[in-house]
Design a protein around this ligand. Sequence first.
Ligand code: PHE
Length: 339
Amino acid sequence: MQERLSEIQNQAKEDLAKAESLEEVEKIKTKYLGRKAGVINEIVKAIPGLPPEQRSSTGKSANILKQEIGTWIEEAKVKFADEGRTSESKEIFDLSLPGKRKHYGHRHPIVQTIDEIKGIFKKLCFDIEYGPEVEHEYYNFDALNIPADHPSREDFDTFYLGNKRLLRSQTSTVQIRVMEKKKPPIRMIAPGKVFRPDTVDARHASMFHQIEGLMVDEGVSFSDLKYVLTLFAQSYFGQDIKMRFRPSFFPFTEPSAEIDISCSICKGKGCSVCSHSGWVEVLGAGMVDPNVFETVGYDAEKYTGFAFGLGVERLTMLKYGIDNIRLFFENDLRFLSQF
Ligand code: PHE
């Protein structure tokens, strides 16, 4: 009898492995567990005719096998239901019901702006470069003509990490890193995060993004700078964007300029984003200071160049009429999903 039971066990296993649909599983269930002519029940019915010492052990084994086959059958049913191949699931599948909407993520508006600007400068044959966010003071200051005792060092409020390391406060660091590695001609932009312990308000955050630009060659002049930046602003904002160049000072450029763009939020009337002036500063720029060239070993008599640094958040705010920089960093989907 025990042999017969193990035969049944193997046979049931084989049958289930071959089953290809829920209907077939149901048939197997009837074959083995059916009340009237089920294989197991036949055994149970035959128990009274067995020698007394075999009866109870056969009954127990038959019961265990019944449970075991029952479990396999349930598993097989779940498998077919999961695969959506069952006749039951076909019945409840209503094609006319609306589908479940999937929420796909997308690029953050800041990343979109960076990608767009990269595209504009790629067309002008500028390379894309990157530098570290944790920097050595040398790259953030000294090499950029800002020695330790220089008063302008205080203008670049900085998160110091100790041991001459800091969170870079400007992407100008990448100018030095690239010039150390490469010889002119150089045309590059360097997007990335910068950090300043500014008081957070509608226009300031302690982390924001800049894109640095650098072009070095023989005979590069201020008019090249003006041309490239005007071309950039027109590509990004449209042909009728107004730009304003104001004389300024940066230790690593001479002469230097700050460049404003007409405030697109209030159309120049004055609002909190433009400090009621109608203009928003978006760029610092100038001709590379010869001291910087000397530091990286370039011949300052032979080469000239321009550099610029632009604020990505500001540009994005102006383009889309966003009046608060904090919106970029709060991860509020009501805001982010509009882009
Ligand atoms: N690094 C300057 C800043 O963060 C911007 C700048 C870059 C100015 C390049 C001149 C040239 O304010």
